[in-house]
Write a protein that binds this ligand. Structure first.
Ligand code: FAD
Length: 437
């Protein structure tokens, strides 16, 4: 089960954060030792993103002795690089979930997603995490034909799910909110929010440290030997643990083949303009909400605390990040906001997310003492944070909420380990092409 040189080592220097707007505006510097020698703990958590940190924090609060290991740094993965959108619901909408699992279970999944949002907001409040939390996500329809569905969906959430924080937005109003003609309508969800993802992750790491979690960076787990206790092998050490939590998301690779067969890594990119000044910034997004549009390759954007436009988009299905990320993402940004053509781009960075075939996360009991949660499919700020809490609960003997997520079917990607990537690329290219027609 030795790990190969997968996404964990493809695009960044070992142990170094990317040169992103987020790392440049980190509000604390944290650093933890490398694991060496023999260690014993109750629970060993692999991966220090939202899922791993939240699992470690909730376990430590319950009195468990926890080791948390990351191959690079705390928040080095998707959790420190993402679009910061704290969305409502699951990645799949309620119509699709009802078809997949029926109305009753779709309601349970909606309820868990609501809990995920409030858990995230509560952790930020409880640990006083300064991460620019602001309300609102606007879902913008790039095709006129989608607008009817947006209206019906807002009504459905109000009527069937009792969710009153979302409302329909028509063409005139969306063009007042956003200074672009790219959209025909959409929905405004004021129960959703956006935040500085890296400062959120650093705040969680600080909370873990204070709760007694032993965090180790530059500590890649090379092999997990099943058993009770399990043994985790690293280059210069070993951990013996009663329980193991896998929270590696898109980076899992051959460390756990069952997860890797269901969670596919895919790269996505973000740029940050120079500060635009209050007036220009507010002309782009008048109510300071985050925006996610309806394209298959989603454009997602928002303003930073210092009035930059942070814009995520572009498509690339290669293993490596593009050589010039700034130029790559500038293209879709200018399609939405051509008025920014002379504005310098100060930062551009990439990240790897984990997607599943049906875009629902993969929760699994890999063994009686080994849990996994990953594959949040671009919707993990809230859901990965909740996943950590659910794994902690399950280890502590209350698995009912973990079980609700585990019961959602997650299928193996077709094509096996070698063909799944080219098959997925073909599928993605087909859908992104259809998007442009
Ligand atoms: C560019 C981008 C934009 C996104 N935008 C949004 C958004 O706006 N809203 C949203 O909800 N979601 C978004 N996402 C998705 C979201 O960031 C993820 O779902 C979430 O961060 C997943 O958290 P995680 O803890 O599961 O994984 P990660 O944060 O990826 O953490 C996994 C960690 O595991 C470690 N690891 C892996 N293998 C090993 C090993 N063998 N040994 C030790 N450590 C290991 C890695 O070093 C890494 O730090 C985005 C993702 C990307 C990449």
């Amino acid at each position: 089960m030795a790990i190969s040189q997968g996404f964990l080592h493809a695009n960044d220097k070992a142990g170094q954060y990317p040169a992103s707007y987020y790392t440049a505006t980190a509000n604390k510097q944290l650093s933890f030792p490398t694991l060496e020698g023999e260690h014993t703990c109750d629970v060993c958590v692999i991966g220090a993103g939202y899922a791993g940190l939240s699992a470690a924090l909730h376990l430590a609060e319950r009195g468990y002795k926890v080791h948390l290991l990351d191959a690079h740094r705390v928040g080095w993965g998707a959790s420190g690089r993402n679009g910061g959108q704290l969305g409502s619901g699951q990645r799949k909408d309620q119509d699709e979930l009802e078809s997949l699992v029926g109305l009753e279970r779709a309601k349970e999944l909606w309820g868990l997603a609501e809990t995920a949002k409030s858990l995230t907001k509560n952790l930020i409040a409880k640990y006083q995490i300064q991460c620019d939390l602001k309300p609102g996500i606007l879902h913008a329809d790039h095709k006129q034909s989608y607008v009817k569905h947006s209206k019906a969906y807002a009504e459905k959430l109000a009527n069937t799910y009792n969710y009153a924080d979302i409302r329909f937005v028509g063409t005139a109003e969306i063009q007042e909110m956003l200074d672009t003609t790219a959209y025909h309508g959409g929905t405004l969800d004021m129960g959703a929010a956006h935040l500085h993802p890296f400062n959120f992750v650093l705040g969680l790491a600080d909370a873990c440290k204070n709760a007694g979690v032993q965090i180790f960076e530059n500590s890649e787990v090379l092999e997990v030997e099943k058993g009770e206790p399990a043994k985790l092998k690293l280059a210069n050490g070993q951990v013996t643990a009663r329980y193991v939590v896998f929270a590696c998301n898109g980076y899992i690779d051959s460390l756990e083949k069952r997860v890797a067969a269901r969670v596919m890594p895919i790269n996505n990119y973000i740029i940050a303009t120079e500060p635009l000044g209050e007036d220009l910034a507010r002309s782009l997004i008048s109510n300071d909400v985050a925006v996610a549009d309806s394209r298959f390759v989603i454009n997602y954007y928002r303003l930073s605390a210092d009035n930059r436009l942070l814009f995520g988009g572009g498509e690339s299905y290669s293993f490596q990040f593009p050589r010039d990320i700034k130029a790559f993402v500038r293209k879709p940004m200018l399609q939405v906001y051509p008025q920014l053509k002379d504005v310098p781009i100060e930062y551009g960075w990439g990240g790897t997310l984990g997607i599943t075939l049906n875009r629902m996360p993969y929760f699994a009991k890999l063994a009686p003492n080994m849990l996994n949660a990953s594959g949040f499919s671009g919707h993990g700020v809230a859901m990965a944070t909740l996943a950590g809490q659910l794994m902690a609960e399950a280890i502590d003997g209350q698995a009912s909420r973990f079980d609700v997520m585990e019961k959602v079917p997650t299928h193996v990607f077709p094509g096996g380990r070698h063909l799944r990537w080219p098959l997925m690329v073909l599928g993605m290219l087909y859908y992104s092409l259809r998007d442009r027609l």
